[in-house]
Design a protein around this ligand. Structure first.
Ligand code: ADP
Ligand code: MG
Length: 565
């Protein structure tokens, strides 16, 4: 029995209209979502020239009978809603009956479809929305091939970006759709090569791992909660795993990828007090709410949602994440208080239980072995300085008090070294290191290999979204390589800031990682070197992110502060 009907006019008028086909990635999104609605368990996306020449999406879903196949390219023809009630209770990805006609009107389409399990089917060709050929054929599921997108709208074609950029958008779409539909297997084939292969997974965790690798997943904590008909499944940054960009932030409402500033705010707010300025948490949020309480009929490409109870959702997301983050933090402080009694403890940063081994291996043992001489040096009157916490160093001299942010200062020094390529001292790794990235990061890094090489990082292709790192600048020794590479990849894909060149942006990101390694207490010699190196930089007063590296209080300032003046 045919399922597709053209929506009545009054219902059509209630639907948010607008252009759904902006670029090849929008076609990929609409076709994947149709395959998801058809209950497919395997979806295969093939593209040539980043989708500009060809996009083909094939599935093993319900398929269409001939009558439906003939109808599906009509405007407002859908099998997914019938009446106004349905519009406010959407349980499918599509509902407007607009995608196929919009796509068909600006391309050449070949559709082959047949009801699942039957051996009959139909094949159909259209050019610019006009049916050219309809033939009987045999097929189970659906395959739609789109060629020459925008062939008849040169103005829109002109707006397409380079193949790499358009392909990044496609990879983003496949990534998002596959994240929220872990039970479906996805394959992306670009230029006849299998580039993303995601077999069906057992849950969100496994899907995240398939895309980003174990190491990435290890930095995330799981959040699950249910309240008042709302359900959250999330993977979010643990207390020490913050990023320099918003690249890894995903919100899915009823499995639909959306942008929602209020939900994002709820997550940021859950990290209040522990999220450093300019840092961002990673989050994968899968929220399920009653479809009657969420309106997706807001934006033509459905990337926005309107909630009946916006505050309730904000609170639910915020509290669920805050609780788990807080629990993790208790562990974090516990491991600190349980550390063996050693002097100079105030110099030691608290370390989460996870990186305890690293903690015992490096800073503490280093400190222990150096302790007596360091103490002596630290308090040597010629250059008196004291640590305030693990970041600030107070020094008296030149008629006042200077407080230095050790890490900001270190970052400034390294940033200029990276930028000017002075004393980078790159070295070959004895054991080249493999780093698994997401498919997009992997492509971005390989395409910008020479740029990385300029910074002393030699990376090569190792296949399967993995790179092999042969050499590194000394400053990055033992730094988190995956973190650096994914940060560099996101800096490149974000493009440049108007006031910063790409090289400056990269140098700042890399310096930031290198200076994290510098989380150790300096002895007098190291401290003097830091001060001297900082003095030699072009902007000794500011870190690359614009934060101060040092503050100076003259005696007069102090007198004023103490109301003696
Ligand atoms: P919508 O998804 O909003 O209903 P579309 O224009 O995307 O509108 O698709 C029109 C109709 O074509 C769908 O309602 C569905 O019945 C049918 N259809 C599209 N793609 C597929 C597919 N891959 N498998 C089965 N049916 C499909
Ligand atoms: Mg659709």
């Amino acid at each position: 029995m045919p399922l597709i009907k053209v929506l009545p006019v009054d219902l059509r008028n209630k639907i948010a209209a607008g252009e759904v086909v902006e670029r090849p990635a929008s076609v990929v999104k609409e076709l994947i979502e149709n395959s998801i609605d058809a209950k497919s368990t395997d979806i295969r996306v093939e593209v040539l020239s980043a989708g500009k020449r060809m996009i083909k999406v094939s599935d093993n879903g319900a398929g269409m009978e001939k009558e439906d196949a003939l109808m599906c390219f009509e405007r407002h023809a859908t099998s997914k809603i019938d009446n106004e009630n349905d519009l406010f209770n959407i349980r499918t990805m599509g509902f407007r009956g607009e995608a196929l006609p919009s796509i068909a009107s600006v391309s050449k389409v070949k559709l082959i479809t047949g009801l699942k399990g039957s051996d009959s089917g139909v094949s159909m060709e259209l050019t610019g929305g006009e049916k050219k050929e309809v033939k009987d054929s045999s097929f189970s599921g659906t395959s739609i091939e789109i060629k020459d997108l925008f062939f008849n709208t040169p103005a829109r074609k002109k707006f397409l970006k380079t193949n790499s950029t358009e392909l990044y958008h496609i990879i983003d779409i496949v990534t998002k759709e596959s994240l929220s539909h872990y039970e479906i297997g996805f394959t992306l084939i670009t230029e006849n090569q299998e580039t993303m292969l995601l077999p069906k997974a057992s849950g969100f965790r496994e899907r995240i791992m398939q895309i980003y690798g174990d190491e990435f997943l290890a930095g995330l904590i799981k959040v699950t909660a249910e309240y008042g008909g709302m359900k959250i499944n999330a993977f979010v940054s643990s207390a020490e795993n913050f990023r320099n960009s918003r690249t890894y932030q995903f919100i899915f409402i009823n499995r639909r990828p959306v942008k929602d500033p209020s939900v994002s705010h709820a997550v940021y707010n859950a990290y209040e007090g522990i999220l450093p300025k300019d840092k961002h948490p990673v989050f994968f949020l899968f929220l399920d709410i009653d479809p009657k309480k969420a309106d997706f009929n807001v934006h033509p490409t459905k990337r926005e949602v309107r909630f009946e109870d916006k505050e309730g959702i904000h609170r639910f997301v915020n509290v669920s994440i805050r609780d788990v983050v807080k629990e993790e933090r208790t562990e974090y402080t516990k491991s600190f208080t349980e550390t063996p009694d050693i002097s100079c403890r105030e110099h030691i940063r608290p370390v989460s239980s996870r990186d305890k081994s690293a903690y015992y291996d490096s800073p503490v043992s280093r400190l222990n072995s150096n302790i007596s001489e360091n103490l002596e040096l630290i308090y040597k009157p010629s250059l008196p300085f004291i640590y305030l916490g693990d970041t600030f160093i107070a020094v008296s001299g030149k008629g006042g008090l200077t407080i230095i942010d050790h890490h900001a200062a270190h970052e400034r020094i390294l940033y200029e070294k990276f930028l000017k390529k002075i004393n980078l001292d790159s070295h070959q790794l004895l054991f080249p290191q493999q780093v698994k990235l997401s498919h997009k990061e992997y492509r971005v890094i390989l395409e910008n290999k020479t740029l990385l090489y300029e910074f002393g990082i030699e990376a090569d292709d190792f296949g399967h979204d993995t790179l092999i790192i042969h050499s590194l600048p000394d400053a990055l020794d033992s730094a988190d390589l995956r973190g650096i590479l994914s940060d560099v990849a996101s800096a490149i894909s974000e493009g440049t800031h108007p006031d910063k060149s790409l090289k400056e942006a990269l140098a700042a990101r890399i310096a930031c990682h290198a200076s994290v390694r510098g989380k150790e207490i300096l002895n007098r010699e190291e401290f003097s070197r830091l001060i001297a190196d900082l003095e030699k930089t072009e902007h000794p007063d500011q870190c690359p992110h614009g934060r101060p590296t040092r503050l100076f209080f003259t005696l007069d300032d102090l007198k004023k502060m103490f109301k003696r003046k």
